[in-house]
Design a protein around this ligand. Sequence first.
Ligand code: FEO
Length: 399
Amino acid sequence: MKTARISDRVYYIGVNDRTTHKFEGMWPLPNGVSYNSYLVVGSEKTAIIDGVEVSHAFQQIDEIKSILGDRQPDYLIINHMEPDHSGAIRLLRQEFPEITIVSNTQALNMVHGFYGVDGNTLTVKEGETISLGKETTLSFTMTPMVHWPETMVTYLMEEKTLFSGDAFGCFGALNGAVIDTEMNTDPYFPEMLRYYSNIVGKYGVFVQKALKKLEGTPIETICSTHGPIWREKIAEVISLYDRLSRYEPLDNGVTIVYGSMYGNTEHMAEAAAEALAERGVRDITMLNASVTDVSFIIAEIFRHRGLVIAAPTYSDGLFPPVAAVMDAIAVRGVKNREVALIGSYTWAPQAIKVMTQRIEACGLTNVAAPVSIKQSATGDDLTICREAAAILARKLTAE
Ligand code: FEO
C-alpha cells in the first residue's frame, strides 16, 4: 500500500493481509487485517515503531528505504512481541545491521527466544524517554497483558500521538486511506467488537489498568497496530474499549446460541426468540453454533445483555459446538449477562446439568428455572421455553 504521512514526522509503513484465513489460526478474517507499523523521522534519529508479519517484511523494508533514502533507521521500538508485529525482526536486523532494538526486558528476552536476535538492544523502563532530535521525544508506558505480559505503549510527546499496540485495534484491512477522517469507519466498529472479544477479551482487568494509567495523557492521535489511525473518533474508540473491558453490554438485546442435530432444539430456540420479540426485545441475534464460527458468537455475547443457550445432550455430555461457546465464555470471564438455558435430550438429561454448572461456575445466573425437554417439543414444552424467555425479556426491558 502507499506510504501515508500521518504528520511532519510520522509515516505509516504498515501492510494489509487479505490472504490469511484465520488470525492466530483461529479467528476468521472475512475483511482481512492490517499490521500497522510507523516510522518516526526526527532531526537526528529515526525510529520504526512496531513491525509487520514476516511474509510482508520485504514490502516494508522497501517502504522504509523509499522514505529514508540514504538515512538508516536508528531504532526499532517493539511495543508487543506477538509475531503479527515482530515476525520481520530478523530480516530488519539483517537489512539494517546498526538498528538498535528498543523495548522492555521481557520483550527483549522474547526477541531472543523467537528469533535468536541479540546485541545492540536498549532496555527501557516505565516513563523513560528517547529523543529523536528537535521536538521529537518518545516516552514509554508499560501496559502488561494488553495483550501479552511484555506489552507497552509509546507516546510521541510533542505530537500527543499514542502508539498503542493492540489496544484500540480492530480486524479489517485498510482500503486506501489509513486515518479515520479520510474513510467511512462504520465497518470497523463491528470488527473492533469482534477483535476485542476474541483476542483481548480475557484481559479486561488489565485493559482497565492501562486506561487508568493513560487517563491524564492528552491524546490527539492513536496509532494502533490494527485498523484505522484514530483522530476524529478517539473518544468513541476509548469508550468502546472501556465498556467492553468492564464487561458492560452495549445494548439490551439477546444472543440466542443453539445447537441442534435434527431441528428439535432449534424449534425450542425459535419459540424463545418469538417470546422475546413479542415482549419487546428488538435486537435478537440467533446463531447456530454448528454453523457460525465462535468468533462471531462471542462478539454478540459481548454486545448483548441477554443470552439464551439451547443445546441437546450428546455422548452423555453437552453438544460439542455449544460446549465450545461455553468454553469461550468461561475463558473470557464474561460477566453482567442475564442468561436463560434450554436443554434437550432423548434419554439422558445431561445438557441442562452441564450448562447450569458451567454458567454458575462463570458467576452468571440462569434467570428462569432450567428447562429440559425430552425428545421433540410438544405444545406444553414450547410454552415452557416461551415462559423462560418471557422472564428474560422482563429482566431486560425493566432496565
Ligand atoms: Fe496484534 Fe497481540 O498481536
